[in-house]
Design a protein around this ligand. Sequence first.
Ligand code: HSE
Length: 297
Amino acid sequence: MVKVKIPATSANLGSGFDALGLSLTLYNYLEIEENDRLEITSTDSVRIPKNEQNLVYKTVKYLYDVCGRPLSGLKIKQTNNIPLARGLGSSSACIVGGLLAANHLMGCPLSDDELLGFAATLEGHPDNAAPALLGGLVTAVIEDGRVYHVKQTIKDDLMFAAFIPDFELKTSKARGVIPQEVSHRDAVFNLSRAALMSVSLYSGDYQNLRAACGDRLHQQYRLPLIRGAQQIFNMACDFGAYAAFISGAGPTVMAIVNTDLFDFEGKAAAWLKENSMAGWQLRMLSIDNRGAAVKLD
Ligand code: HSE
């Protein structure tokens, strides 16, 4: 049996649309073994497909097919702590977990780089898949099925305050509102900030983060889909966060906060209550610099 632990991820970081992502201390777990038929269980009440539509199963089957290996069935046990369709990488966790499990069940015929290529191709973009697999902050580009990437280990003096609403937002819907064309000026606006974000997080020059989060490619179009998000952006910055951004395609709003800011969590939680934002849950997370982990039993 293979056990896999896969972290949640937060993609884009404002300016780095489809290119930047980081890994967080919130985990899904999978236990997978070969079986004569398909049996899927979960250890929690999260509603997941229990048939061949299950994303973990589909991913394992895909990799077996790629490697030309027969698969009669699987036993899959899922623990789903990463909320679904909230911009925290729940589908990447299924894909990365399924690929790692399949590779180990087959005796590791594929390298991590090959797995990353499959993960990013199955997802369509590498910004969740790469940090879920590798951990840390990952800058990634996909070209011809190959992922060119750099993983940076981030210091543990930052907290990531995830404001998670009680409603879902499908990535397809959140991508559907983004214009197909952008001006040269807006492209430059984002690419300069994405570069600044990557190096500033790595070097600890956190005073740059507010400017580095600036974005003209996606957030302004997505904000109207996320009732309350703009107020949370403003509140988080008022309470001392370095920056706030829509996590992935949303609807979670992520604020970057120094660990020295002891009162941030209490003040933000009180603000949510006072402002009738009871549907929003606050989770204080840290960077996960390790990425997905596999254990063979
Ligand atoms: N970068 C993607 C988007 C989501 O913003 O639509 C994460 O893969």
